[in-house]
Every structure is written in structure tokens, then in C-alpha cells.
Design a protein around this ligand. Structure first.
Ligand code: 16G
Length: 240
């Protein structure tokens, strides 16, 4: 499989071979890969070369090293297209079971940026909801959602443990139309790391979404922390 006369560096060829096996499912998530020594012997190359290939795959998120144990195939990330979909829809479309752990549900008074973002007056009532979103029981994101109580009528704890978008569209008959979203790199703080079951300081994606209805009224402000080891967002772009 390795071509020593190829212009492609040997470490790169090894990298592609391992990646290929992961993509074909010959090496499964969580499976331990052969040791550097084994690879070196199989391919008749130096351990240094193998190490370089493995380090690159670790850096690219294909493999993870566990101290004193070995190198394993990393969990593959969920690829999410940036469309105006809900968490429930996204997970179902992937054949994963969505669930929600409600952390907080409060009715409070709108203040500052939240009031202006929701197009309401300071002091107007809002729902402030904090939810951990899980896929097949694995925590994926921590979401804090703000909604105007006057617009999203009758919301309760039970409803937000299911799909908020489904309630808004099917029960309230409102048409969700568009959103703007900001994406930023960040690291998990103490509370976030606990609920997402990741180490403190792990890279995460911070997303802010402002969603609007067809008539232009703001529906929600959402701040989410997505696990960087589980998620990648894909943006389609077109010129012109
Ligand atoms: C997604 C949205 C969030 C929305 C939620 C509704 C992002 C970054 N966020 O998580 O804005 O509130 O879906 O999901 O995509 P639900 O209908 O399952 O409650």
C-alpha cells in the first residue's frame, strides 16, 4: 500500500490509508488502532514516520490518544448544514434520538439587549429557558433561549422538553422565516463542562441565533454552546 517512489511523503500515505479505513468503517469509533511499532513493521518504515502520520490525524480529530492506553478512533463529528432547522429535526434526520434535559425555566423581565433583540420593552415578560440537548443520550449542546411571553403564549416546562419549533409552528400557528447566526470559538467553562460531560477548557463552538417570523417579529434569541469534539458546521456558499 505504501509507495516509496511516490512524490507523496510516506507519512501522508499512511495518514490517507488510516483515514480511508475509518471512512469505510473498517476501523470503528472507539476502536484501538495498531501501535506505532506494528505499523512500522507492517509497512517497513520508521516509527518516526508513523508517529508523524498519527499526530496529524490526532490534530485533525480522526484519532485520540489516551495516556498509557493507546490511540483510538475518535468519535466522528455531527455535520450540520446551517439551515433554519431545529435541534429535534436535525437529530431525527440523522437517525439519532433527540432528548432534552431542562436546566432552567423562568419567566422574568426583559432587560437591555434581550429586550431590544426581541423587539419588546424593558420590563416586558420573557421566558428564559436553559436546556441541554442530547442525541442518543449524549449531551451535544447547552442552549439558553429567550422568548417574548406575549408572543410565545402558553409555553411550559413540558413543551420545552420536546420541540420548541414544533410548538411555535403547529400549536401557535406562527411561521418561522429566517435567522442570523454568529459562530465563535470558545472554551468550556465549569458549568458548561459539567452538563456537557467534557473537561473544563475543552474547545467549544459558541453560537448566537436571532430567529424571526414571516412578519418580521423576532421569535427567539438563543445562545448555544456546542461541543467542539462532536460538531462541525457546514456553510454552502454561492457567488453572485
Ligand atoms: C436549534 C437552534 C435553536 C432553536 C432550537 C429549536 C441552533 C444553533 N439553534 O438548536 O435556535 O431554538 O433548534 O429546537 O441551531 P427544538 O425545536 O428541538 O426545541
Amino acid at each position: 500500500m505504501i509507495d516509496k517512489y511516490s512524490p507523496l511523503p510516506i507519512y501522508y500515505q499512511i495518514e490517507e490509508a488510516i483515514k480511508g479505513r475509518i471512512e469505510k468503517g473498517e476501523l470503528q469509533e472507539g476502536e484501538m488502532i495498531p501501535s506505532e511499532r506494528e505499523y512500522a513493521e507492517t509497512y517497513g518504515i520508521s516509527r518516526m514516520t508513523v508517529r508523524q502520520a498519527i499526530t496529524n490525524l490526532v490534530n485533525d480529530g480522526y484519532l485520540t490518544r489516551r495516556k498509557g492506553k493507546g490511540t483510538f478512533v475518535a468519535n466522528q463529528k455531527i455535520e450540520q448544514k446551517l439551515g433554519l432547522t431545529s435541534f429535534t429535526e436535525d437529530m431525527k434526520a440523522r437517525g439519532l434520538k433527540p432528548s432534552t434535559k431542562l436546566i432552567d425555566f423562568q419567566v422574568s423581565d426583559a432587560r437591555g439587549k434581550i429586550a431590544s433583540g426581541l423587539g419588546i420593552h424593558p420590563g416586558d415578560e420573557i421566558y428564559e429557558i436553559q436546556r441541554v440537548r442530547l442525541a442518543d443520550n449524549i449531551p451535544m449542546a447547552l442552549e439558553t433561549t429567550y422568548l417574548a411571553a406575549d408572543l410565545v403564549k402558553g409555553l411550559n416546562q413540558r413543551i420545552v422538553q420536546g420541540s420548541l419549533y414544533q410548538y411555535v409552528e403547529e400549536e401557535l400557528g406562527l411561521s418561522i422565516d429566517y435567522a442570523t447566526q454568529e459562530l465563535e470559538a470558545s472554551v468550556a467553562r465549569e458549568t458548561e463542562s459539567e452538563v456537557l460531560r467534557i473537561a473544563k477548557g475543552t474547545p467549544v463552538l459558541l453560537i448566537r441565533r436571532y430567529t424571526y417570523l414571516k412578519d418580521g417579529r423576532p421569535l427567539e434569541l438563543v445562545q448555544s454552546i456546542y461541543r467542539g469534539d462532536r460538531y462541525k458546521f457546514i456553510i454552502d456558499m454561492q457567488r453572485g
